[in-house]
Design a protein around this ligand. Structure first.
Ligand SMILES: [Zn+2]
Length: 480
């Protein structure tokens, strides 16, 4: 009998919070400084130094908790997670264990037009570790270097329920979570720079079975595409192991980007291996209701609310609204454009079509788009007033995107203004008729299909600039 298997996926995301200073000391969190320039006795774990909690980091984590409908804890506590690694100077990482800041929330996603709610187990704060750099030149090949600038930078860890059932859902969940962080302005969400990292727990089980299979943990996936690819590979690998009657080994596996496979890294540690215990250097955190309420009131309009408002107020399809609200910058671009050219559906069509296609092709974000909302709105006004045709507008758009110039200037310089002048169009029609007397006769004898041929001839003569509607009207008259 052929057994069908389904994957069960849970994700752990670490996002770097955009505080000015580190979580337990006053060192700056600036990216790209000289190695070890941003360190002090506290973040390098010198004996006798004492950590002091950064209130902003707590506030940011609460923001995220509220935005994901979590229950915010009234009492929270930092613990020490003990392990040895050269990038961890204290020999333990300060994290939260039994008392996280927020629990039992959710993130709603849409995959293939289908809505789904992904539960969140918890959100907690922790400090980042340092960065190891292994010798990359022949002279330094036998050495390793440690940069402690990142040590003590605040991270928020978001642990999902094992509610995800496909690599695509995992990707959609991550994109939505990143969008939330960006809307809240608490993290850049930049995966390539390591400000947004994801580990995945994945197992497979026969369809219909309630119990979970043995899971593996996947690490080292530094783009959304790699997360999806690594999951696809791992699901296939585990399914094959089970089909052949084997057993999946619980372990941590690394995604190998160049080979496109996951490879075993180490046996999986359990929580007890870390000997967690409350950090005696840090007092417990009491979170009072008025503070939480104040933060709640300060929350911006979030993607889901914005999407609903776009559908309601601009009358655009839900699909368009979903994409146009996927980042705050994109939503702002759209609203600015729709304010300047108040035909929201037209604006949405151009953004969803030409604009996003060009950006995707160049792997650019909307805030790097050479076409400003003002330029796009001006071009749409030119179509509306008949100055340019919709067809020419495609070329104008391309040119705007390439050069960053105003549409008015481009149209003028290229001589792309649409011909509305009746006299000029009539002259083109007469020429076309004189050049094709046989076709004129055939048309007049009932071969009406030839009408399109004449439209084409007139367009050829006017280099595609004649207003199509006027060409139609005048041609009908002349060919009678
Ligand atoms: Zn420091």
């Amino acid at each position: 009998m052929l057994m069908e298997y389904e994957p069960v996926i849970g994700l752990e995301v670490h996002a770097q919070l955009l505080t000015k200073s580190k979580i337990f000391c006053g060192c700056s969190t600036t990216f790209g400084e000289d190695p070890n320039a941003l360190t002090c006795p506290i973040c390098t774990g010198q004996p006798g130094s004492l950590p002091v909690l950064n209130k902003k980091a707590v506030e940011f984590a609460i923001k995220l908790g509220l935005a994901t409908s979590c229950k915010i804890a009234s009492y929270s506590l930092f613990a020490r997670k003990n392990y040895f690694y050269p990038d961890l100077p204290k020999g333990y990482q300060i994290s939260m264990y039994e008392y996280p800041l927020a629990e039992h929330g959710y993130v709603d996603i849409t995959t293939d037009g289908r809505k789904k709610r992904i539960g969140l187990i918890r959100i907690h704060l922790e400090e980042d570790a340092g960065k190891l750099k292994h010798g990359e030149t022949p002279e330094t090949a036998s050495s390793s270097y440690i940069d402690f600038n990142r040590t003590g930078v605040p991270l928020v860890e978001i642990v999902s329920e094992p509610d995800i059932r496909s690599p695509q859902e995992a990707g959609d969940y991550l994109r939505k979570l990143r969008s939330l962080l960006q809307y809240l302005e608490i993290s850049t969400g930049n995966m390539e720079e390591g400000s947004f990292r994801c580990d995945a727990n994945v197992s497979v089980r026969p369809k219909g079975q309630k119990e979970f299979g043995t899971r593996t943990e996947l690490k080292n996936m530094n783009s959304f595409r790699f997360v999806e690819k690594a999951l696809e590979y791992e699901i296939k690998r585990q399914t094959e192991v089970l089909k052949e009657g084997g057993e999946v080994v619980q372990e941590t596996r690394l995604w190998d980007t160049s080979e496109g496979i996951t490879v075993s890294m180490r046996g999986k540690e359990e929580a007890h291996d870390y000997r967690y215990f409350p950090d005696p250097d840090l007092v417990p955190i009491r979170i009072e209701e008025p503070w939480v309420e104040g933060i709640r009131k300060s929350l911006p309009e979030l993607p889901d609310e914005k999407k609903e408002r776009f559908v309601r107020d601009y009358g655009i399809p839900e699909y368009d609204a979903e994409i146009l609200t996927s980042t705050r910058a994109m939503a702002n671009y759209y609203e600015e454009c729709a304010r300047l050219f108040p035909e929201p559906k037209t604006v949405s069509n151009w953004m969803m079509g030409d604009l996003l296609r060009e950006l995707k092709h160049d792997e650019k974000e909307i805030d790097q788009c050479p076409v400003t909302p003002h330029h796009l709105a001006e071009m749409l006004s030119m179509i509306k007033s008949g100055t340019i045709s919709g067809k020419i507008a495609k070329d104008v758009f391309e040119e705007m995107y390439r050069s960053g110039e105003k549409p008015g200037k481009i149209v003028k310089e290229k001589g792309w203004t649409q011909i509305l002048d009746t006299g000029e169009i009539e002259r083109a029609i007469e020429k076309a008729m004189q050049a094709n007397p046989k076709q004129v006769e055939d048309y007049r004898n009932g071969k009406e299909k030839l009408f399109g041929f004449f439209v084409g001839e007139v367009m050829k003569q006017t280099k595609g600039k004649a207003n199509p509607q006027r060409v139609n009207e005048l041609l009908k008259e002349k060919l009678k």
